[in-house]
Design a protein around this ligand. Structure first.
Ligand code: PFF
Length: 457
């Protein structure tokens, strides 16, 4: 497999696992359940699944293809293709990545903090989540640790850092979530949760449900910000991009789906069903679920769960940091070590208001009130919504337009045919062409406009 001086994945499995490591993270286990809860249950799940497979998949394939074709970062790729104006996609992506990583660090810090609390047997923490997150010095210390560990891994470069970690930790996390899901289904009241999660009531679909599900699909698949252009740039020419993208999507959606089933069984068995969610959902519900396993087992399983979740978050933060870092290295010729320090410090600073958004300060905790909303939204939620519900789908729209009309079918197909000789004769080829030309720009563009109008006007 081709390995450039920028580093490369050592084999195809390495790329799939690293990209799936980027995709699988807090988005699947922390964000997905509370978005489903806020979005009214199974109807949200159906929309999310449709968006992932129908709209996001073609965008993912295009991102990886652009990355591999150019061997460049999210901005440089567009320069190399002699379409410098379109590097706006990459620049927008760097901004989205910066915003996402800024609050992601904070939540990853909570996860890490919870691991330590649960290992010590503090199952009551579920009821004190509000106090926990308001203590910004304590949670901030975890966020700092997290940011530093991410920076160290990114400094080491692609194959030694990202790949090794993904290979061991992802499968372990999957086994643990599957086991917890089986356990959760045996709890009394779990069936109600399963029904809420799986039997859709389409009358519940509102505009919020649609853009929430779309934003969740993009966020969860790490799409729309050039992360997969950057990762794609490290993929070898013999790899089959369609197969890789299929695996990444299936793993990501599969893990979110299982995590959702586990969470809703626990939520309903604790009598907390149907009450909406919010960023605290898993942190409020899971400690009680672990406690029910008994004092020793609860500490072991609960501690392991939060540690693995922290690692899942880490493989995502690594990819988030890699996007702006690869840009700074390639475009400004700054050495990797220095680039990482600069970029990580800026992003951490951008995250400080998010750290103060959860009860630590009134100002950031009730930062804005969306049009027509009765409650104020925190700074952190504003950043999260803006990045995942607005900027990522916008990035996705632009990538599909770029793939179809600027780079064009001929070049995209040529790239996808490498490592997949018969590609152009497949049904998938026809679908991707159709989706990029019509479906994605129209549907994504339409939802984007509605989202912006509904939130701010
Ligand atoms: N996909 C990650 C998650 O679900 O937690 C978050 C993420 C990582 C989004 C990388 C975007 C990205 F480029």
């Amino acid at each position: 497999m081709a390995t450039t001086s920028r580093g490369g994945f050592s084999n195809r499995l390495g790329f799939i696992l690293a990209a799936a490591g980027s995709a699988v993270g807090l988005g699947n286990i922390w964000k997905f359940p509370f978005e489903v809860s806020d979005g009214g249950g199974a109807a949200f799940v159906v929309m999310y699944l449709l968006f992932c497979f129908i709209l996001c998949f073609p965008v993912m394939v295009t991102e990886i293809a652009i990355g591999r074709h150019t061997s460049k970062n999210a901005v440089g790729a567009f320069h190399k293709l002699k379409t410098p104006r379109w590097s706006i996609i990459g620049k927008l992506g760097i901004l989205s990545g910066t915003l996402i990583l800024s609050f992601y660090n904070v939540v990853a810090g909570w996860t890490f903090g919870y691991a330590i609390e649960i290992i010590q047997g503090n199952f009551e923490i579920g009821g004190h989540f509000g106090d926990f997150v308001a203590d910004w010095k304590y949670t901030g210390a975890f966020a700092v640790i997290f940011a530093v560990v991410t920076a160290v891994i990114v400094q080491k470069g692609v194959s030694s850092g990202i790949e090794k970690a993904s290979k061991i930790l992802m499968p372990t996390l999957l086994v643990l979530i599957l086991s917890l899901m089986c356990y959760s289904l045996t709890r009394e009241g779990a069936l109600e949760g399963v029904k809420y999660y799986l039997i859709p009531d389409f009358t519940k679909i509102k505009l919020d449900t649609i853009y929430g599900a779309l934003g969740q699909a993009f966020f969860s698949l790490s799409l729309g910000m050039g992360a997969l252009i950057t990762y794609g740039s490290y993929v070898g020419k013999n790899d089959n991009i369609i197969t890789s993208a299929t695996w990444i999507t299936l793993m990501d959606v599969g893990i979110a789906f299982i995590a959702g089933l586990m969470m809703f069984s626990f939520i309903f068995s604790q009598g907390l069903g149907g009450q909406g969610g919010g960023a605290g959902l898993i942190f409020q519900v899971l400690p009680g679920a672990f406690e029910s396993l008994g004092p020793i087992l609860g500490r072991v399983i609960g501690g392991t769960f939060f540690i693995l979740l922290s690692f899942a978050a880490l493989t995502s933060t690594v990819s988030l940091l890699e996007v702006p870092t690869a840009y700074v290295i390639d475009e400004f010729g700054i050495k990797r070590n220095k680039a990482v320090v600069i970029v990580a410090s800026i992003i951490f600073a951008v995250g400080i208001p998010s750290l103060l958004s959860n009860g630590a300060t009134e100002f950031f905790s009730s930062f804005v009130t969306y049009f027509g909303a009765d409650q104020a939204t925190s700074f952190m939620t504003l950043v999260e919504d803006t990045a995942s519900d607005t900027m990522l789908p916008l990035g996705g729209t632009l990538i599909s337009i770029y793939g179809a009309y600027i780079w064009k079918k001929k070049n995209l197909y040529a790239e996808l045919t490498e490592g997949n000789t018969n590609f152009r004769y497949t049904l998938m080829a026809k679908y991707i062409d159709f989706a990029l030309r019509f479906l994605c720009p129209i549907v994504l563009g339409f939802i984007f406009v509605l989202t912006v109008l509904s939130k701010f006007f």
